[in-house]
Design a protein around this ligand. Structure first.
Ligand code: 3HC
Length: 315
């Protein structure tokens, strides 16, 4: 990353004036090191989440109940791989190489979204992940599409268009099950019981426990707080789940006509932080799967490097 000069109060003030004016910060622009650090942290976690997020649903591709469902799931999982590539590219505009980020993930030093450490036990989970997990991701990513950093904001615009398809296909699948046989309805309810709370948790800790949010909001990386995005998610999904006859696994869930919002019960933050620390149901399996894929793909990377070297030598 070119050294664009030391930080000074004047430079910081000019930078913040640009943010306040709604300008996009681009890779060659001066930015505080803390701004760059925050973006690398968030974008790498986001990219890792997309790639690790392929694992829960990828496992169900060979077991899809119909060719149509298999094709839809194949397309979704391929989209997630592409999202990971966009985001690694966005991170690289900040002067970090994806090899560093991937090494951090494989060594257990990097985070990815907590939600992908939960097991998809039945085919109905695939629909519920699409409806709830991608639904939560869309709320977060529509917000990030307004991000002050140009490459991240533009990556979000492209990703949100594809996430909308992911969300719709998941909702359509759950609606089919919720209106199907008693066994199908039971499968949909079982999946909701296991994915509702992890979907609320994936949007991050309460604002009071979110050390990064104040700086991210100040510099326009986040335009909403974790709790504001979570409220948008609950307001959209709670009534729709209830409408199709499913029971949201939260006895304290209620609608308040005074403020027009759905209010959920307490989140188990001990569970959340345990999963973030690596003690979730599938954290070890997820990292092992990524390490195995990295080793199995070594020959491809070496072949590409050898081909590039030969072309350069003969150019
Ligand atoms: N999983 C893992 N770690 C989490 C987390 C989660 N769900 N939520 C928060 N954390 C971590 C943060 O990374 C931070 O740790 P760090 O400082 O060591 O990085 C710590 O907990 C404190 O949380 P903060 O609220 O202060 O952190 P942020 O301000 O970064 O907010 C966030 C958390 C809202 C997830 C934010 O990082 C963000 O918007 N990230 C980009 C979007 C993203 O990563 N989404 C993941 C899902 S992608 C996806 O779902 C793919 C789709 O196709 C299904």
């Amino acid at each position: 990353m070119a050294d664009l000069g030391a930080e000074s109060p004047e430079r910081l003030a000019a930078f913040e004036a640009r943010i306040a004016a709604g300008e996009k910060i681009e890779p060659g622009d001066w930015m505080p090191e803390a701004y760059r650090h925050q973006l690398v942290r968030m974008i790498s976690q986001h990219a890792h989440s997309e790639v690790v997020g392929m694992l829960p649903e990828g496992a169900w591709i060979p077991r899809a109940p119909s060719l149509r469902r298999k094709l839809i799931l194949l397309a979704k999982v391929q989209d997630e791989a592409g999202h990971g590539q966009y985001l690694y590219h966005a991170a690289e505009t900040l002067g970090v190489h994806r090899d560093e980020l991937i090494a951090a993930l494989l060594e257990g030093r990097a985070k990815y979204s907590s939600v992908f450490n939960y097991p998809p036990l039945t085919w109905a989970d695939v629909g519920m992940i699409g409806w709830l997990v991608d639904g939560a991701a869309i709320k977060n990513q529509v917000m990030l599409a307004q991000c002050s950093y140009g490459p991240y904001s533009r990556a979000m615009v492209r990703i949100c268009a594809e996430e909308t398809f992911h969300h719709k296909q998941g909702k359509e699948m759950v609606l089919t099950y919720a209106r199907g046989t008693a066994h199908q309805r039971a499968m949909a309810q079982d999946a909701l019981d296991r994915w509702w709370w992890p979907s609320l948790m994936m949007l991050g800790p309460h604002d009071s426990d979110s050390p990064n949010t104040p700086q991210l909001v100040r510099w326009g990386v986040k335009t909403k707080t974790n709790d504001q995005v979570r409220q948008e998610f609950v307001d959209e999904h709670a009534p729709e789940l209830l409408e199709v006859g499913l029971e949201v696994p939260d006895p304290e869930l209620r609608f308040d006509p005074a403020d027009g919002h759905w209010h959920h019960g307490p989140i188990d933050w001990d569970e959340f932080w345990a999963v973030v620390r690596g003690d979730g149901p599938l954290n070890a399996e997820r990292l092992e799967a990524r390490r195995r894929a990295f080793e199995e793909g070594r020959w491809v990377r070496e072949a590409i490097a050898a081909h590039a070297a030969r072309r350069e030598a003969t150019a």
